[in-house]
Design a protein around this ligand. Structure first.
Ligand code: ADP
Ligand code: MG
Length: 700
C-alpha cells in the first residue's frame, strides 16, 4: 500500500468522503460519477478494473525491432506537431521521441488537444505496441502516455496498470487517477465479516483484497482467472451476503406457522398404494418422504423437486396432493402449456378415478366451465385443480389452498409463483423442474428452497440411442423410421419454431408435414403446434396416445412433460438451432416405455464447426445434468434458462457459471451463521453487508 500517495498530505481520504473533494473531480465530474452510482470514496474502492496492462517491459528504442508486444519506453520529445491526413481527413498529432539509443515516431489520431500537453523538450513515458509503417519505419500509434515530473517520478511507468471503464465522458485514464486517490481510504475500511465467518469461508481480510485487485502484485493465471485470494474474498462476500439475505427472509416468513396440521395416517398410505400403478424407485421413495415430512411441519414447505426427464416426478406430486386433500385442503397443479395440463389431468383421473374431485382450468375453458370452476374452488367442492396460468387470475379463489405445485417451474416467473402462493394462507409449495439445473445454479437461483433430487430412472429404461446426421442423409433416416413404424412404434418429428413468440411462421412446419405425408403414404401422419385451437390439440394428443397416429409432426410444444410410452423415435430437424438442454428435453419424450428408443438429430450441411461439436457433445451425453453443465458453459446462465426466466440474481463480482462451487460454500456458511448467531444478528449483518459493500446484489 506504500506506493499509494494520499491526495493531499494534510488531509485524509475516508470511505465516506464525497467524490467532489478528490483532486480533479469537482462538482461537475461528481455529478457524472453519480450517474454510475459512484458517490463516495467507498464506492470507488469497489469500482474494480476490468483489465490490466503489464507495463513492466521497459525497453530502449534501439531494441524495439526485436519486440512484438506492447512496451513501455521513456524519452525526450525532440519534435512535436499537428497535421491533417490527406487521405482520411484525420487530425494527426505526431511526436518524435529520443531516449539516447535512438528515435521513434509516435502518432495520435483525432486528439488535437495533445498539442497543448506534449511539448518539445518534455520527458514522457509511453506504453503501446510498436509497428512498422508502410515504409518499414518503426512507430507507435496512439500509446498511453504520461509526463514525467521534475524528479523523474511516474505513477504508471513500468507497473502493472489497472484499466477502469469510462464513466460518462470521464476517460479510463482519468478514472484511474481518481481511483488512485481513493485507495488510501482502504486503511479506514472496516471488515464487515467477523473473523469466524472469514475462517469458515477460508478468505482473508477485506483491505488486502481491495488493494490487490486495484494494484496486483503479479498477473499470473490465478489472478487473471479471478481465482486469487483477493478475488475469492470479494466474490465470497457477495455470495455470502446474498445467501444470508435469502435465509433471513425465509426465517422471518417462517416465524409464522402455517396454521394447519397435516398428518399422514394408514388410510392415506393405503390409498396411495391403491393408486400406484408401479413400485416407486428408491429415489422417488426418498423424495416422497422428504415432502411428506415437510408437509407435517409447522412451517410451510418450500421445496424444489428436480429430476431428469422421465424420472417420474408427477406421481410424487400426486402423492403429496393426496396427503393435503385427505387433510381437508385443496391443491393446485400449475403447468406451462395446455397440452401438459391436459395430460396431467387425464393421467391423474385415470389413476384416482372418482376418489378425488378434480377439475381442469385452462385458457380455452368456456364461460360456463369457468363459472363452474370458480364456484367449485370457492366452495371447496373441488379438491384438485390442474391448469395453466388461467388458474392464476384474480377471480379464482380457493376455500383452502393447502398445497401449490408448479410443474416445469423454469417456465414461470417469480411473479406467477407468487400469485399462486397468495391464493392460500401460507400454502405449502412444491416446484418441479425437468430442466436439470446444476445444483450450484439451483442454489444461486433458489437458495431459499430446499432441494430434492430424483437421481434414478424407473427400471427397464434403456439408454436412448442418439445420432447426428447431415441433411443429405435424410432419406436413410426416413427408411429407418419406416422400419420402426412397421414394428408398431410411433415417432415424433420436431421442427424448430419458437412457440412463444406472437408471430409464428408455420411454413417450415406445414411444408415438413406435407413432405412427410408424401414420404410415408401408408402411415398416419398428423401435425401439432401451439397455435391450434385447444380442442384440436387435445384431440390430436389423444389420438397419438391411443396409437391412432404413427408420426406426429410438431413444434417444440411437445418439449415439456409429454409422455407417450409407445413413442420410441424422435427426429429433430435443424437440430443446430436448439440449445442442448432443449434437445435433452425433446429426447426425453422417447425412451419412456419398453421399446428400444432412438433420437436422430438432423443438422444443416453447412453448419459451423462449433455447432457440429455441440451436437457431438450431446450425442455422447446421457445424463441431463451433464448436458446442463455443458449448456451452461456454452451459453451462460441467462440463455440457458431462457429469456422468460426471471429471478436470476445479478452479481457484480461473482459469476454463477464460473463460481459454482463458491456459491455452495457461501450457502453453507450462511446457514451455519444463522443457526449459531440467531436471527437478529443475521438481520444486522445482512443490513451491513447489503447496505455496504455488496449493495449491488439484486433480484429482479
Ligand atoms: P417427469 O419426471 O419427466 O415428469 P413423469 O412423471 O412424466 O416424468 O414419468 C415418466 C414416465 O415414467 C411415466 O409414464 C410414468 O408413469 C413412468 N414412471 C414413473 N415412475 C415410475 C416407476 N417407479 N416405475 C415405472 N414407471 C414409472
Ligand atoms: Mg413432468
Amino acid at each position: 500500500m506504500s506506493s499509494i500517495k494520499p491526495a493531499r498530505p494534510e488531509w485524509q481520504v475516508k470511505p465516506e468522503t464525497p467524490l467532489q473533494f478528490l483532486r480533479g473531480v469537482g462538482e461537475g465530474r461528481a455529478r457524472l460519477l453519480e450517474t454510475a452510482g459512484l458517490t463516495t470514496v467507498y464506492d470507488l474502492l469497489y469500482f474494480f478494473p476490468f483489465r490490466y496492462e503489464d507495463r513492466r517491459l521497459r525497453v530502449q528504442i534501439a531494441d524495439l525491432r526485436k519486440i512484438d508486444r506492447p512496451v513501455t519506453l521513456r524519452g525526450r520529445v525532440v519534435s512535436a506537431g499537428s497535421k491533417i491526413s490527406a487521405v482520411r481527413r484525420l487530425k494527426i498529432f505526431e511526436a518524435i521521441l529520443d531516449d539516447g539509443t535512438g528515435t521513434i515516431m509516435v502518432v495520435w489520431f483525432n486528439q488535437p488537444y495533445l498539442a497543448d500537453k506534449i511539448k518539445r523538450g518534455d520527458q514522457i513515458a509511453i506504453y503501446g505496441q510498436p509497428r512498422l509503417d508502410k515504409y518499414g519505419r518503426l512507430q507507435i500509434e496512439s500509446p498511453d502516455y504520461e509526463k514525467i515530473d521534475e524528479a523523474g517520478d511516474s505513477e504508471e511507468e513500468g507497473n502493472i496498470v489497472p484499466v477502469y471503464s469510462s464513466v460518462a465522458s470521464i476517460t479510463p485514464k482519468v478514472m484511474r487517477r481518481i481511483v488512485s486517490q481513493a485507495l488510501p481510504a482502504v486503511a479506514h475500511l472496516e471488515d464487515p465479516l467477523p473473523p469466524a465467518i472469514r475462517q469458515i469461508l477460508a478468505i482473508g481480510e477485506l483491505q488486502d483484497a481491495i488493494v490487490r485487485i486495484h494494484r496486483p502484485a503479479e498477473l499470473d493465471e490465478t489472478f487473471l482467472s479471478s481465482r486469487s485470494p483477493a478475488h475469492l474474498r470479494v466474490i465470497l462476500q457477495e455470495f455470502f451476503a446474498f445467501q444470508l439475505a435469502l435465509r433471513v427472509r425465509r426465517a422471518s416468513e417462517e416465524s409464522r406457522p402455517k396454521g394447519r396440521t397435516i398428518v399422514v395416517d394408514d388410510a392415506m398410505r393405503a390409498e396411495v398404494r391403491r393408486i400406484l400403478p408401479f413400485r416407486l424407485t428408491g429415489a422417488q421413495k426418498r423424495v416422497t418422504k422428504e415432502i411428506a415430512d415437510d408437509l407435517r411441519r409447522e412451517k410451510p414447505m418450500y421445496r424444489l423437486l428436480q429430476g431428469d426427464v422421465g424420472s417420474g416426478k408427477t406421481i410424487v406430486a400426486l402423492i403429496a396432493a393426496v396427503i393435503a386433500i385427505r387433510n381437508g385442503h385443496q391443491v393446485a397443479l400449475l403447468a406451462p402449456t395446455e397440452i401438459l395440463a391436459e395430460q396431467h389431468y387425464q393421467r391423474i383421473r385415470q389413476l384416482v378415478g372418482s376418489s378425488l374431485r378434480i377439475a381442469k382450468g385452462t385458457g380455452s375453458m368456456s364461460a360456463g366451465e369457468r363459472r363452474t370452476l370458480i364456484a367449485g374452488l370457492r366452495e371447496g367442492v373441488i379438491d384438485l385443480v390442474v391448469g395453466t396460468h388461467a388458474i392464476l387470475e384474480e377471480k379464482i379463489v380457493f376455500k383452502s389452498l393447502g398445497l401449490a405445485i408448479v410443474d416445469e417451474q423454469h417456465r414461470f416467473g417469480v411473479e406467477q409463483r407468487q400469485k399462486l402462493f397468495e391464493k392460500g394462507d401460507l400454502p405449502d409449495i412444491l416446484v418441479m423442474t425437468a430442466t436439470p439445473i446444476p445444483r450450484s445454479l439451483a442454489l444461486a437461483l433458489y437458495g431459499d428452497l430446499e432441494l430434492s433430487v430424483i437421481d434414478e430412472l424407473p427400471p427397464g429404461r434403456e439408454a436412448i440411442k442418439t445420432a447426428v446426421r447431415g441433411a443429405a442423409q435424410i432419406e436413410k433416416v426416413y427408411r429407418f423410421i419406416d422400419e420402426q413404424l412397421g414394428e408398431g412404434a410411433q415417432a415424433y418429428v420436431v421442427y424448430p419454431l419458437i412457440e412463444e413468440s406472437e408471430k409464428i411462421d408455420l411454413t417450415p412446419l406445414s411444408q415438413g408435414f406435407e413432405t412427410l405425408r408424401q414420404r410415408f403414404p401408408g402411415r398416419r401422419v398428423a401435425m401439432l403446434h401451439g397455435r391450434m385451437p385447444a380442442t384440436e390439440k387435445e384431440e390430436t394428443m389423444q389420438r397419438y396416445k391411443q396409437g391412432e397416429i404413427d408420426l406426429l409432426v410438431s413444434t417444440t410444444v411437445i418439449e415439456v412433460g409429454i409422455d407417450v410410452g409407445n413413442a420410441s423415435m424422435m427426429l429433430i430437424m435443424d437440430a443446430d438451432r436448439f440449445g442442448l438442454s432443449q434437445l435433452h428435453q425433446l429426447r426425453g419424450r422417447v425412451g419412456r416405455g419398453t421399446r428400444k428408443s432412438y433420437c436422430v438429430l438432423i443438422r444443416d450441411e453447412r453448419s459451423s464447426e462449433e455447432a457440429k461439436q455441440r451436437l457431438r457433445l450431446f450425442e455422447g451425453a446421457r445424463n441431463g445434468f451433464d448436458v446442463a453443465e455443458k449448456d451452461l458453459e456454452i451459453r451462460g446462465a441467462g440463455d440457458f434458462l431462457g429469456t422468460r426466466q426471471s429471478g436470476i440474481p445479478k452479481f457484480r463480482f461473482g459469476n454463477i457459471v464460473r463460481d459454482h462451487a463458491l456459491m455452495e460454500r457461501a450457502r453453507d456458511a450462511a446457514i451455519g451463521y444463522l443457526e449459531s448467531a440467531g436471527l437478529p444478528a443475521a438481520v444486522a449483518l445482512v443490513r451491513e453487508l447489503i447496505g455496504g459493500g455488496t449493495k449491488h446484489v439484486t433480484r429482479d
